[in-house]
Design a binder for this molecule. Structure first.
Ligand SMILES: [Zn+2]
Length: 230
């Protein structure tokens, strides 16, 4: 369903709202500098001057954004403004896109294991509910991220999650289904099953398409998730 061109995945069709744009950069372009991020927004038909750029810290702070600009120490951003374009960067962590159909509320969450263990998804939906109109209209899309096939973790990380989302590996290692944890938080926060879309794309498995911190280490590039109203 998504349109695959050279530079980004067009995720807008999943949301079926004429003026809403959502996209995710691909590994073919680095989008490392601020200028690159602006370029991506413009390519998607969004105004780069409206970009919100958070400094991500694997925390669980949710920020309601009324204006563009840089934010300190924030991993979830929400807005209802047509003058705000949300952006985050990831390289294995889940980019979670949120849109409440029939209202202007939208959001982006950087959901790695740390933020997810701290309940960032639950917190974001609760925050959206303060401003939104109808919880049954909230859609959530889980973007390309490291999946259970590749997400091997040690016992200290496994301790943070229910066994329902772990598969035993060798020794004390296990494999985490982080997308499953995120879906569970969404459902428990009242999001309807049919409104949760999982792209089912593993960043670590597909070197031709995505960067992966797990696969490439410190030299891994980053991918940018962007969404907003045109
Ligand atoms: Zn994989």
């Amino acid at each position: 369903m998504s349109v695959h061109n050279d530079s980004f995945l067009n995720l807008s069709p999943y949301f079926s709202q004429e003026n809403f744009r959502a996209g995710f950069s691909l590994g073919s372009l680095t989008y490392s500098s601020e200028e690159d991020r602006k370029h991506l927004a413009e390519n998607m038909g969004l105004m780069s001057k409206n970009l919100v750029v958070p400094k991500q810290v694997h925390g669980n702070k949710v920020q309601f954004c009324k204006t563009s600009g840089e934010l300190s120490d924030t991993d979830a951003i929400i807005s209802n403004s047509e003058n705000v374009v949300l952006s985050i960067q990831v390289a294995d962590c889940i980019p979670l896109f949120i849109l409440e159909k029939n209202s202007n509320m939208f959001g982006l969450v950087h959901a790695g294991w740390r933020g997810t263990a701290k309940g960032i998804v639950t917190k974001t939906i609760n925050e959206i509910n303060k401003y939104g109109r109808s919880q049954k209209d909230i859609m959530a899309l889980i973007g390309p991220s490291i999946k259970q096939c590749c997400f091997e973790i040690g016992p200290e990380v496994a301790d943070e999650f229910s066994n329902d989302y772990l598969v035993q590996g060798s020794g004390d290692r296990s494999f985490l289904d982080l997308q499953g944890v995120v879906k569970n938080q969404l459902k428990n926060a009242g999001i309807q099953n049919e409104n949760i879309i999982d792209l089912d794309e593993c960043t670590c498995c597909q070197p031709d398409k995505y960067y992966s911190y797990r696969r490439d280490g410190n030299r891994a590039g980053r991918m940018i998730a962007v969404c907003g109203w045109i």
